[in-house]
Structure formats: C-alpha cells, structure tokens
Write a protein that binds this ligand. Structure first.
Ligand code: ATP
Ligand code: MG
Length: 479
C-alpha cells in the first residue's frame, strides 16, 4: 500500500497550515491518530472528528491553535482528562497529551501517566486504530505505524497491538468494539484475538450498560447486523447482554415435528429489514420481535409447536430489557413494544384472506406506524419454500394496496370519533354514563367493519339507532 501523504484530501488545507505552524512555534510534537486516519485511508465517509495526540500538554497546543483559527468557537477544556476540544468549521479537533495506561481488574478506567508516542500507540485497541501521522516540521505527513496497521487495513484484519488477552481483559469494551468494527468495516477478527474475546467474554459485565448499548446501536446500524450478532453469540458475549436472544437458539423435535431456530430466523429478519429502513428502533423491534417465543413454547398434539401469546409476552419483555440495559423508557420503547405486540397481525392477514375489515382494523390499531409494521412483517418472511415466499409477498402487496384504498375512503390512522361523547350526551340528554361508551364503541365498530363511512353524518344516524337499542330517547331539545 502507498503511504498516505495526500493531506489535501485528508484535511482542510487552511487548518493543516495553521496546525503545522502552531506545532512548530510551540516547539512540541503532535500527531493525528486513530479513527480519522483509519477512515481516511479506507476512504470512508469522514465524521470530522480528529484526534490529535501531543507529546506534552494537549491543552496548551489547543489554546495556541484556537487563537489562530478564524471564527473558532470557544475552546472546551476538560482538566480531569487533560483534553481540549476545538470546534471549527464543522470539524471537531480533540487534543490530548500522549499517555501510558495501567489497569486494575475491577475497572476499565486505567491509571494514567504521561507517556511518549509509543506508549500512546500501545494503549490503542487495534493496530488499524493506532496509526499516527506526524504534524512535526522534521517529518511532516509521515506515518508512524509500529504494528503494521497499514498492512492490516489492506488485509482487512482486526488485531490488537499487544497481547489480545491483556488488551481485552484490561478494557472489555474493546471486545464489543472489535465485533462492531468487524461488522461495520467488513473485517476479520484475527484468530488469537477472537479466542481472547471468547476467553474474556464474562468480563463484559464490568462495562456500563450505556456503552454496551452504544455499540449495539452501531451494530444494528450496519447493513448486515447478523454479522455482529453472530460474533456476539459465538464468542459468548451475547449471553451476558441479551440472554433472551440466546434462549431462542436451537431446534426441538417431538413426534417428527420441528420448529425453526428462532435465533437465526431473528437475525435473518433484521438483515432483511435493513435495506428498507434505517430506523434503528425498527431494527430493535426486528431483533426482539420473537423473544416471547422462548417462554411460551409448548408442544401441543395434534397441533404441534405453539407459541401462544408470544407477542404479548415479548412486548412485556421489551420493557424489562430496556430497563436492564438502561435504555430510555420513553416513546421509543413504547414504539418497539407496539411493533413486537403487533408483529403477527399482518402475517395472519397475509396468510389468510385479505379482507377489507381486517385491513381497516390493522390501520386503526397500527395508526401512524402502519408502514413500519408492514416493513417488519415483510422482513419476517424467511421461508425457504419459494411458493410460499411468493404467496406471502403477494399477499402483502395486496395488504398495501388495500391500505391505500382504505385511506382514500376513511381516515383511520389518527382515528378521532366522528361523534363526541358530549354530542351523544346532548342528543339524549344524558349525564356521564356507560351508555355513552357503548354507543361510541358501536360507531367505531361500524366504521371499522365498513358498514358506515368515517363521517359525522353517517355516524350521527348510527348513534340514533344504537341509542334506540339501549332504550334511549332523544332529549326534547334534540327533536
Ligand atoms: P468511531 O468514531 O467510528 O466509533 P473510532 O476508532 O474513531 O471509531 P473513537 O471512540 O472515536 O473510535 O476513539 C478514537 C480512538 O481512540 C480510536 O481510534 C482508538 O485509537 C482509541 N480508542 C477508543 N476507544 C478505545 C478503547 N476502548 N481502548 C483503546 N483505544 C481506544
Ligand atoms: Mg472517532
């Protein structure tokens, strides 16, 4: 591989010149290091996060640079970490003094002392993340690549600079990062490293839930998350973070009847969904859509394997998982729950006859999430029987067409009762009572069944009929 010296593509030229002179004037050494260098070489879309390691005080260099950068925002200084951040023209520059780290077994937070560039490169997680480019006058632009990171980039290999057992044990978050990078970059984790991850899997317990979720989000945001989740499973890490998925593994057979392996099915569903939705929460829903199947699984002759009520049980499990992983228990969680709860509804329609009223009810219940739900269900079709595959997809096409037709006729997505409780009370001269609810429900049912349109006038007529059935008479003023 050619050495990377095309700085014009790597960095804004103005910034580069100012960096170069400032480093020289300050009389210290500095290097661009880490993810930015890696992504530049790989030609990945740049995130504009640039890490600069300084032999000396990162804060001092940042202060000197900030004075020279036109229109730079005020510098942010984090004294405890010895870091400083400059935001300039959409670029985030982070400065840190080179450091040496030593770890204890209980924490991933090391004891940090000042070090030289080699110390700093040694503490990096992967050879491809330890590449540094000099900003110094004497060898400006040259690579400092003590672990052959360039070679590993070319061969698409993830390797730790030092003994992988120590690297992963010191900071077990690196195991998740390895798997996430393998997934994002389509790299292979080198054999010894993979072994070390399996060996240290249990140490993931010392990592904060927030950091774990951050990595899971990144894995779910790739175009093929099954790669990451398969690695998490094979190394034993998944057992510690999402045991509910492990419980879906395996195929049982009784009296010649088998059910599918719901773990691999789930991963296929997530992958199937990816080209159709970037929404990470919908991907979470795909990942969790079948979790209720493990606790509800029963063999019931003569039917065979059943997973009665698994959607309901699964939706409840979503809450527990979100809580355990310290994920926000907000509308995102409710959305995932709703998707899990409704995940079999469209399939039932698609397997059987696509009736108008079933589609109306589906649109009513799914409301604004109907599109997402259909996407999830289409992704759920993993049958290897080509006839069935085609039939299910055709049925979903029909479901989609009927949704459009239903929507043209009636607004069911954000259903508002066309006749209000107050109007019913006024008409029959009632005080709040259960009859009002009964009438409202009957009107809603009539609309969903397609007996009347979702319109005020028709609903009002229906209200009169339903009131009569309940023995109500119009209030004098209403006549
Ligand atoms: P991305 O930004 O895509 O997540 P990155 O490699 O830039 O990837 P950052 O978290 O931004 O990741 O970290 C920047 C650099 O810091 C990395 O390239 C790596 O050199 C180092 N680094 C980050 N986290 C760790 C860690 N847990 N152990 C060792 N080095 C790390
Ligand atoms: Mg980064």
């Amino acid at each position: 591989m050619k050495p990377y010296n095309d700085f014009s593509k790597l960095l804004n030229d103005e910034l580069l010149q100012i960096l170069k002179t400032t480093v020289k004037e300050e009389g210290i050494e500095a290097f661009i290091i880490g993810g930015f260098v890696r992504d530049a070489i790989l030609g990945r879309k740049q995130k504009n996060d640039i890490d600069i390691v300084v032999l000396g005080s990162g804060i001092d260099l940042a202060k000197a640079l900030q004075k020279k950068l036109p229109h730079a925002k005020p510098i942010q200084i984090f004294k405890t970490y010895g870091t400083a951040m400059i935001h300039w023209e959409g670029i985030d520059l982070e400065f840190v003094g080179a450091r040496k780290e030593s770890y204890s077994s209980e924490s991933r937070n090391p004891k940090v002392t000042a070090g030289n560039l080699t110390d700093d490169q040694n503490r990096r997680d992967f050879t491809i993340n330890a590449l540094a480019i000099s900003l110094n006058h004497s060898d400006f632009g040259s690579f400092i690549d003590p672990f052959n990171g360039l070679q590993d980039l070319e061969n698409k290999i993830l390797r730790t600079p030092l003994d992988p057992n120590i690297t992963y044990s010191d900071d077990p978050l690196r195991m998740l990062r390895a798997i996430r990078f393998a997934n994002q970059l389509n790299f292979t984790i080198e054999a010894q490293s993979l072994q070390a991850i399996s060996k240290n899997a249990a140490r993931i317990k010392i990592i904060s839930k927030e950091r774990i979720v951050e990595e899971l989000h990144k894995i779910l945001s790739t175009s093929k998350p099954s790669i990451g989740f398969t690695l998490l499973e094979k190394t034993g890490i998944l057992e510690y973070i999402l045991p509910e998925l492990i419980a879906l593994k395996g195929v049982e057979e009784i009296e010649g009847q088998r059910h599918k392996d719901n773990f691999y099915h789930t991963l296929e569903v997530v992958d199937n969904l990816c080209p159709h939705s970037e929404n990470v929460w919908l991907r979470w829903a795909a990942l969790l859509h079948d979790i209720g199947k493990a606790p509800t699984k029963k063999f019931k002759p003569p039917i065979g394997w059943t997973f009665h009520n698994h959607e309901f049980v699964g939706a409840k499990m979503v809450y527990k998982i979100f809580k355990r992983l310290k994920m926000p228990l907000n509308e995102k969680m409710k959305y995932v729950q709703k998707m899990v709860l409704m995940s079999s509804r469209p399939i039932v329609i698609a397997e059987e006859q696509v009736t108008d009223s079933a589609v109306r009810r589906l649109v009513f219940d799914a409301s604004t999430e109907i599109e997402d739900l259909i996407k999830l269900c289409e992704a759920d079709i993993t049958t290897k029987n080509p006839n069935r595959f085609k039939r299910y997809h055709n049925n979903f096409k029909l479901v989609r067409e009927k949704i459009v037709a239903v929507e043209e006729k009636d607004q069911l997505r954000n259903f508002q009762p066309p006749v209000s409780g107050e109007a019913i009370m006024r008409f029959f001269g009632l005080h709040p009572c259960r009859e009002i609810g009964i009438i409202k429900e009957a009107i809603k049912e009539a609309i969903l069944e397609g007996e009347i349109p979702n319109e005020m006038e028709a609903a009002f007529e229906r209200m009169k009929i339903e009131g009569k059935k309940l023995g109500l008479t119009p209030h004098e003023k209403s006549v």
